[in-house]
Design a protein around this ligand. Structure first.
Ligand code: PLP
Length: 408
């Protein structure tokens, strides 16, 4: 040990050696990951009493019993090991048959990769392809995962805004005008979170045709593909495109079967794309949860009445929330056709974040501010109707008189 002599006494004593503490050095790409607006609100709500949450992004309805039974049966049968890296063979077959029949599209097991929810599927698709010089078109507002993932990997985000006065519909001409020589991919979330907009077949076909012509990749997030309230015809990219050359269709069991915590999703794409994503998947999560994949087989192959019942309940809530937003001063609503969200506008100069925070403090109702979902929607709030009609009414009994008192 180093020793230092005392100048006055001449005695020596061990010298204290100081080590400099290094701060953790994060990858600079982490700066692209924002503090989610949803967390900010939910953390504050957690410190309060008597909060009504209209902020929930997952189904509140129970998972169908036969799905839970299949999960438990898989555990009891010792299905606790890894599956094949592409996914449980029985689930690959079930998905192939299900999508093949639903969209009259010939698929093989090699067109499918099972992932830990749509989140992993989107993570794989974006981070395997985003790079400096590549531009990704994303709607504004959009689900909060896409833009940070693109930017973390060096890609550039080009936003195409949607507006409440147009029911947050996507204008295909505006999307096409946004395409340029650097455009690499388009992220298409249909039905949309946070707006609940469902894009019609004509929109999807026009956009896909242009993307195919220009060689632009399309990553379609269709996790809400069953939560559709007004149309029987859902325009999936899987039945609006000639081939899968530039398409990745991503979905999961989370919303349709209330299985968000079981974490099973998938990508459907060309065999070549799946081959590359499979390698990447092995180096990220390796495989999805095994008993959950058995539960997924039960969900797909079982009676679909449970899904129809859930959709009826969400439709009733959608109608209720549209009616309540219409009665609310300073909120401009529209009729969302799918998912379980409404995204009403506030007057143009109002900061949705400030309003949501004050509303939470003063009424105990928790909404999500629009700026959690993009840059062009700071004067909006997301209202989730993944809660009962009674709770919705109770929440608006607080919101309506409070909004009436505001002076904007
Ligand atoms: C549009 C959208 N995509 C993907 C996800 C994530 O789904 P999963 O639970 O399958 O990861 C969500 C969840 O809220 C979502 O709203």
């Amino acid at each position: 040990m180093a020793e230092a002599a005392n100048k006055e006494t001449g005695q020596t004593k061990p010298r204290k050696v100081k080590y400099r503490k290094n701060k953790a050095s994060w990858n600079p790409a982490m700066q692209a990951v924002p503090v989610p607006g949803i967390r900010r609100m939910v953390n504050m709500a957690a410190t309060m009493k008597d909060v009504i949450h209209l902020s929930i992004g997952q189904p509140d309805l129970p998972t169908p019993k036969h799905v839970i039974d299949a999960y438990i049966d898989a555990l009891n049968a010792g299905q606790t090991g890894y599956t094949m890296d592409a996914g449980l063979p029985e689930l690959l077959v079930a998905l192939r048959d299900y999508y093949g029949a639903r969209y009259d599209r010939k698929l093989t097991r090699d067109n499918i990769l099972i992932t830990s929810g749509a989140t992993e599927a989107m993570y794989l698709a974006i981070s395997a392809t985003s790079a400096p010089g590549r531009q990704f078109i994303v709607t504004d507002p959009s689900f909060l995962l896409y833009a940070p993932l693109i930017r973390m990997n060096g890609g550039e985000v080009k936003f195409v805004p949607t507006r409440a006065e147009n029911d947050h519909q996507l204008d295909p001409d505006e999307v096409i005008r946004a395409m340029g020589s650097r455009t690499f991919a388009l992220i298409l979330n249909n039905p949309n979170n946070p707006t609940g907009a469902v894009y019609p077949r004509s929109t999807i076909e026009t956009i896909l045709e242009e993307c195919a012509y220009r060689g632009i990749q399309v990553y379609a997030d269709e996790v809400y593909d069953h939560l559709i309230f007004d149309d029987d015809d859902f325009a999936s990219v899987l039945n609006c495109s000639m081939d899968l050359d530039n398409i990745m269709c991503i979905s999961s069991f989370s919303k349709t079967y209330s299985m968000a915590g079981l974490r099973v999703g998938w990508v459907i794409a060309s065999q070549a794309a799946i081959k590359s994503l499979r390698r990447f998947h092995m180096f990220t999560t390796s495989v999805a949860n095994t008993p959950s994949q058995f539960a997924g087989v039960a969900a797909l192959t079982g009676d679909q009445q449970c899904v129809r019942n859930m959709v009826d309940i969400y439709r009733e809530r959608r109608d209720k929330v549209v009616e309540l937003i219409d009665q609310t001063p300073y909120m401009t609503g529209y009729k969302p056709g799918g998912a379980f969200f409404a995204f009403p506008d506030l007057p143009a100069h109002v900061d949705g974040s400030d309003l949501a925070l004050r509303m939470l403090k003063e009424t105990g109702v928790c909404l999500v501010p629009g700026d959690a979902f993009g840059e062009a929607c700071t004067n909006a709030v997301r209202i989730s109707f993944s809660t009962t009609c009674e709770k919705l009414e109770e929440a608006f009994d607080r919101i309506i008189p409070w909004m009436a008192k505001q002076q904007f």
